[in-house]
Write a new protein. Structure first.
Length: 479
């Protein structure tokens, strides 16, 4: 993998610009997690159907994932700052529409617009960091802070949402986006430099449509599989996505100005960190299924209470990022990646043991977060360093897309494995975990359900630990 020498260093303006770039990172991530606490209130108010409820939850993530590659490449052509500011304005407007939605359909449309606008934020911010920080050590620190911004938004979403919902209408969880986006629009032109590539030839619109169809189809199919198991709908979604993906690759071979550089994708220096990014997200996001089930269903915590319990897993992320950035300068990025993966594997190993209580569970999960925080920061920097500066938007978008795929597959596959283990451990026709949790303490069926859940959590943790160990081996062998 690529190790880059240092060059010109960034000054106060670049670091102030980075602070501005962290604003949309936190909000884009918060918008995905805040819905978990807002859903009961908005459901009682708008009374959506089951299908509408799914679209309210998923439309944001679907469109964000599907448009990342298109938006990343578009930013390379028209200007990354210009795309970021346009996306920020759209994100703020869509937030107002969501906050004052009077019908489920109106809220679904607003969530879709938020997803489209959100797809401009992640690749634009990361690509701008690539252009602002030329010194390898400074860029590693900046990327680490960018990673912490996204991770922090995911954790802070339920906490801030829970606090707002205690005093205000559910629309308040969207309105908090507006002043932050206004601040970005005011400070962005002053602190953020413009970067773009001199484009030759028209934008590959057909390639963009195929890339969107591919990502949407596969992510939709995988999420349907996670929610409902095997069926014609998830299979059709995955097949349609794969067909569009094959057509997209063929299009990129012949297009005058392709959306992605296939030669770069085939290079080991770029492809291996993409795979590591996917596997790390697979494990972290996929295991979150069991985290929230354990805290909220087994232990009976409220969403806000469980989010507060999970705070240590966020608090250690800056530590992991800082340690990784320091070690990368001394022992090299490949070794730091391998070390972070081994730490995460050790944390998952602790989670494979029987669960004695919330404190032990959170402590073990904190070890996982410590390892993966360092991996996420370094691997993103490696991906950016492997791509030429003029393709930073494309590289950023591919990094984000690999993470989206990893998270979707982690939820689907780990959820399916866990469900199979739970069914095997429970008597035939027994209650679900949620139903068993409502039984009185000491009830035999309740205790059996909790024991089965502990078993499925252990199996999922073993799978994640194995993936982290396998990824560490890959790093060591190809570095």
């Amino acid at each position: 993998m690529l190790e880059e020498t240092t060059s010109s260093t960034a000054g106060p303006r670049e670091w102030a610009g980075l602070a501005v770039l962290l604003l949309p990172c936190v909000l884009a991530s918060m918008d995905m997690s805040v819905m978990f606490v807002a859903m009961p209130s908005l459901t009682a108010d708008l009374e959506p159907s089951g299908s509408q409820l799914l679209w309210i939850m998923d439309s944001y993530g679907f469109l964000l994932a599907g448009l990342l590659i298109t938006m990343g490449t578009l930013g390379d052509r028209i200007g990354r700052r210009r795309l970021l500011l346009a996306g920020a304005a759209a994100f703020g407007g869509a937030s107002v529409l969501a906050a004052f939605s009077a019908t489920p359909t109106m809220l679904i449309v607003a969530r879709m617009l938020l997803g489209i606008a959100g797809a401009t934020l992640a690749p634009s911010t990361l690509a701008l960091i690539r252009g602002m920080f030329h010194d390898a050590r400074q860029r590693a620190t900046a990327v680490g802070l960018w990673t912490a911004g996204f991770a922090g938004g995911a954790v802070l979403g339920p906490i801030i949402g829970g606090l707002l919902l205690q005093h205000f209408h559910w629309g308040s969880v969207f309105l908090i986006n507006v002043p932050v986006m206004l601040l970005l629009l005011a400070l962005g032109p002053l602190l953020l430099p413009e970067h773009r590539t001199l484009a030759e030839g028209p934008f590959d619109l057909l390639g963009a449509v195929l890339s969107i169809g591919s990502v949407l189809g596969i992510v939709y199919g995988v999420k349907q599989f996670a929610a409902h198991g095997f069926g014609w709908l998830p299979i059709a979604g995955c097949v349609a996505g794969l067909v569009a993906g094959v057509a997209f690759v063929r299009r990129q071979r012949t297009a005058a100005r392709p959306l992605i550089d296939l030669a770069l994708v085939r290079s080991r220096a770029f492809a291996v960190p993409l795979l590591i990014d996917l596997l790390a997200t697979f494990a972290l996001v996929g295991f979150n299924l069991f985290t929230w089930q354990y805290l909220q269903v087994v232990l009976g915590m409220s969403p806000l209470e469980s989010a507060l319990w999970a705070l240590p897993t966020f608090a250690v992320m800056p530590i992991g990022i800082g340690v990784a950035a320091t070690l990368a300068a001394r022992i090299g990025k490949p070794r730091v990646l391998a070390l972070g993966l081994l730490v995460a594997a050790a944390g998952f190993g602790l989670l494979a043991l029987p669960l004695p209580g919330a404190a032990y569970f959170i402590a073990a999960l904190t070890v996982v977060s410590l390892g993966i925080a360092g991996v996420a920061a370094v691997v993103t920097d490696v991906i950016l360093s492997a791509a030429p500066p003029e393709r930073a938007g494309m590289a950023s978008a591919m990094a984000e897309t690999s993470a989206e795929f990893g998270g979707a597959m982690g939820i689907a596959l780990l959820g399916s494995i866990g469900a199979a283990v739970y069914r095997a451990a429970m008597p035939s026709g027994a209650e679900t975990l949620e139903a068993a949790a409502k039984l009185p303490p000491g009830d035999a069926l309740r205790e059996a359900a909790f024991a089965a859940f502990s078993t499925e959590t252990g199996v999922a943790a073993v799978v994640c630990a194995g993936l982290m160990l396998g990824a560490a081996v890959v790093i060591v062998r190809v570095r």
